[in-house]
Structures are given as C-alpha cells and as structure tokens.
Write a protein that binds this ligand. Structure first.
Ligand SMILES: [Cu+2]
Length: 70
C-alpha cells in the first residue's frame, strides 16, 4: 500500500482537520490518516480514486486540489 498526499483547500483550524479526518475515515479503507490545516494536506495509506476522495472532502465542506503518491 502506498502513502498518498492530498492537497486540500479551505481548512483553517483543528475543527477542519477533524471534519476531514472523519470523512476520510468513513471511506472505510484508509489508514494512518494525518490531516494538517497548516500544510493544507491529508496524508494516508490506502487506495482511493481521486473522484471518491474529492466527494468525501466535498461532503466535509472542503475542496480536493490534487492527489499524489508521496
Ligand atoms: Cu476550521
């Protein structure tokens, strides 16, 4: 399983980090989820399509800018 890095727009505080973490957790198959509002990133291990990830982040109220392998 490769480590992925998502660039996310719109997070400003710990509450945002919590909301994104919850959304990514609910996808069910991602582990080691680490979200940083300072960096504007979410790092995790697991497979997810960019489309599914974008939908989950959108549900939380933020926007996926890009998804890449670390
Ligand atoms: Cu916030």
């Amino acid at each position: 399983m490769s480590k992925k890095v998502a660039i996310i727009e719109g997070m400003t505080c710990g509450h945002c980090e919590g909301a994104v973490t919850k959304s990514l957790t609910e996808l069910g198959n991602l582990t080691d989820i680490q979200v940083s509002s300072d960096a504007g990133t979410a790092q995790f291990i697991g497979e997810v399509t960019e489309q599914d990830l974008a939908a989950a982040i959108d549900d939380a109220g933020y926007r996926l800018v890009s998804l890449s392998n670390e």
